[in-house]
Design a protein around this ligand. Structure first.
Ligand code: ATP
Ligand code: MG
Length: 348
């Protein structure tokens, strides 16, 4: 657990971060969200002491990090930076292996781990292992950055706009992939973003900052439905419901029905993209597939009704039966692999 206690960073006479107190819960993703210049990166870098605070404390599992040697502290903290920061003269594999190599691990073990990590972030090891960073697209380089941060298997992962260089569709895919990884690894993750959709989709919790201070901490649902201030409401925008829905995978709306002849949608596709695909296909309904498995069908009206009424789906099933009031856990990462909505009808 990471706790910030009246944390401050002052440059000359202005505060980059001011009186920031908040806790990043264990085994969860917390999105640090806010406008450009509000102090997100500064906050993140004070956690691993790349920036020394001017005041306050950072506690890691109750221990004051100011008392730890920075190298020791950073060994337990993976870090993905805003500008990627790969070593240009090293291969992809060498970049990923930087940390395990430093820790003096056995070479063949490290090589195996590197391949696992590259697969995990969706880069085929045999293709990418030997490439140099200059031969990668921005998005591929960012994936290498994520693999590198995971390499030492740190309990804590700090990510500064890790998917910022990706186009929207690739970003969807990598976010989904990361959420899948996180369901297994259960790291304590702080992900900086100024992308509202990303924060609502990735965060179990969202900490919204404004001018160095905390404006609201809560679940995505809290911020969307119970904004603590006019600033929060305006920052999320009038289409906050739609934005939140955009982060919900369409699998959560799948219900049994006749799927024959319907366009195919992957279960992990977010709801907004699913609506767009249905519009493009000119179909009111679509079949939701998880790989080879048919989960069921989804109707255009299920999705638009959920959006219009501000209804968040709770688990699987039809949207109209799904709203639970006062629920504080609306984690978009609590994806159900439900089989209760399984339909046997396969398109012929
Ligand atoms: N070394 C520095 N010296 C003086 N001011 C700084 C320094 N580093 C950051 N700042 C200021 O502190 C504030 C917070 O910067 P920070 O990089 O944390 O913002 P951010 O929220 O990460 O923004 P972005 O979304 O654009 O990355 C900004 O106003 C910035 O100009
Ligand atoms: Mg920043």
């Amino acid at each position: 657990m990471i706790t910030l206690n009246h944390l401050e960073k002052k440059y000359a006479d202005t505060y980059a971060v001011k009186g920031l107190s908040l806790t990043f819960p264990d085994a969860s993703i917390t999105a640090l969200l806010g406008p450009s210049g509000c102090g997100k990166t500064t906050t993140l870098r004070m956690i691993n002491r790349l920036i020394e605070p001017s005041g306050g404390q950072v506690l890691l599992d109750g221990q004051d990090t100011a008392r730890l040697r920075p190298e020791v502290l950073r060994r337990g903290i993976g870090y993905v930076i805003q500008q990627i920061g790969l070593f240009p003269h090293l291969s992809v594999a060498q970049n990923v292996a930087t940390v395990p190599d430093l820790l003096g691990q056995n070479r063949s073990q490290t090589a195996k781990r590197v391949d696992e990590l590259l697969s995990l972030v969706g880069l085929e090891p045999s293709v990418y292992r030997s490439k140099r960073p200059a031969e990668l697209s921005g998005g591929q380089a960012q994936r290498v950055g994520v693999a590198r941060a995971l390499a030492a298997d740190p309990p804590v992962l700090l990510m500064d706009e890790p998917f910022g260089a990706l186009d929207p569709i690739a970003r969807d895919e990598v976010q989904e992939r990361f959420l899948n990884i996180q369901r297994e690894l259960k790291k304590t993750v702080v992900i900086v973003s100024h992308d509202i959709d990303e924060a609502l989709r990735m965060g179990d919790y969202v900490a919204l900052m404004r001018a160095g201070e905390l404006e609201q901490f809560g679940t995505p649902d809290d911020l969307v439905r119970r904004p603590a201030s006019e600033f929060v409401r305006q920052f999320l925008g009038d289409d906050a419901n739609l934005r939140q829905l955009a982060g919900v995978p369409v699998r959560q709306f799948a219900r049994s029905g006749e799927a024959a002849g319907l366009p195919r949608i992957e279960a992990g596709t977010n709801t907004r993209t699913a609506l767009a695909l249905m519009l493009r296909a000119g179909s009111e309904r679509a079949a939701v597939w998880e790989g080879e498995r048919l989960l069921g069908v989804v109707g255009f009206s299920d999705l638009t009704r959920a959006e219009g009424s501000g209804v968040a789906p709770a688990g699987s099933g039809a949207a109209d039966a799904a709203f639970a009031t006062g629920s504080s856990s609306s984690s978009p990462s609590s994806g159900s692999s439900s089989s209760d909505s399984l339909s046997s009808g396969r398109p012929g």
